[in-house]
Design a protein around this ligand. Structure first.
Ligand SMILES: [Zn+2]
Length: 161
């Protein structure tokens, strides 16, 4: 699969315009043909310029972001959690007896359709680009996937009380 414009510039999908400009200059400098005198790097420069042209233009970027998301959906990827309903861990009940977070399923209304232990949370959480963490959880009754956002440090503090 071809590299995305973000990968070409070494950026994450939520990078600011300032970051994009900075990354563009750095990439361009490090792969300038005059500097390296090699054909493959001129191909690279084209890619960098194309990536920058799209990402530095808010309208083009929006269209591009949308096409990226559509591609991910087509591939059935759940790794990023894109397109899933988001919930906060605050909306879950913590059951100290079994050390599990529980929530009734918003789709099938199954009692405690979502439940996972603190261990599962720590093991499977991913860092969010915007800060904090997320874990992808699945309803045990209807297989609905949800994205659960949380802040690990805060949860630890609460657990210590
Ligand atoms: Zn369910």
């Amino acid at each position: 699969m071809a590299s995305s414009h973000y990968e070409v510039l070494g950026l994450s999908c939520d990078s600011s315009l300032g970051c994009i400009k900075k990354a563009y200059k750095e990439r361009l400098l490090s792969s300038h043909p005059d500097k390296t005198r090699n054909d493959s790097s001129s191909v690279e420069v084209n890619k960098i310029q194309e990536a920058y042209k799209v990402l530095s233009n808010p309208e083009l970027r929006e269209i591009y972001d949308k096409s990226l998301k559509d591609d991910q959906k087509k591939q059935g990827l759940h790794s990023s959690g894109d397109g899933l309903d988001e919930y906060s861990l605050d909306e879950f009940c913590f059951n100290p007896a079994i050390c599990e977070y529980c929530m009734d399923c918003p789709r099938c209304h199954g009692k405690d359709g979502f439940h996972f232990s603190e261990g599962t949370l720590e093991e499977h959480c991913q860092e969010r680009a915007s800060g904090g963490f997320l874990v992808l959880a699945q309803c045990s009754a209807c297989s609905l996937w949800l994205k659960v956002n949380f802040d690990l440090a805060e949860e630890y503090e609460q657990a210590d009380v």
